[in-house]
Write a protein that binds this ligand. Structure first.
Ligand code: SF4
Length: 127
């Protein structure tokens, strides 16, 4: 190896090293450019906070026997089935909590349900 080859290899080594070092700082910023996962999640939650609540009188709610306050239910499908006693939206697998009072439900898309609500589609949240 002559001096010219040696210098060329040395320059190549430092160039690759500098690019590698720069990529450690630049790539993480490019990956999330315009899409900060935390900000995205907070924006989604903020948007969900503005959703309208499901009304018991809505057609889908009626068909699924949805109630806003399951503890107060004294008649109907829920009252008739003792197994439903501990079933609430906040322990249902379709529920996504927004705060301690309400959350989203995969069944009632685009609306919120009460944490202590219930409907006939209740399914146990996996542990
Ligand atoms: Fe509540 Fe679950 Fe029924 Fe949705 S599916 S309304 S979370 S009980």
């Amino acid at each position: 190896m002559n001096d010219r080859d040696y210098n060329s290899e040395r320059r190549r080594f430092f160039r690759i090293g500098a690019l590698s070092l720069a990529s450690l700082f630049v790539l993480p910023k490019i990956r999330f450019l315009g899409e900060d996962p935390l900000a995205h999640a907070q924006a989604g939650k903020s948007t969900a906070q503005k959703l309208e609540p499901v009304k018991e009188s809505d057609a889908l709610a009626k068909s699924l026997n949805y109630v806003e306050n399951a503890k107060a239910v004294k008649t109907g499908k829920r009252a008739a089935d003792p197994q439903t006693k501990d079933q609430f939206c906040d322990n249902c697998m379709f529920y996504g909590s927004l705060d301690k009072e309400k959350g989203t439900c995969q069944i009632f898309q685009g609306k919120t349900v009460r944490a202590k609500g219930w409907c006939a589609s209740w399914a146990k949240k996996p542990a």
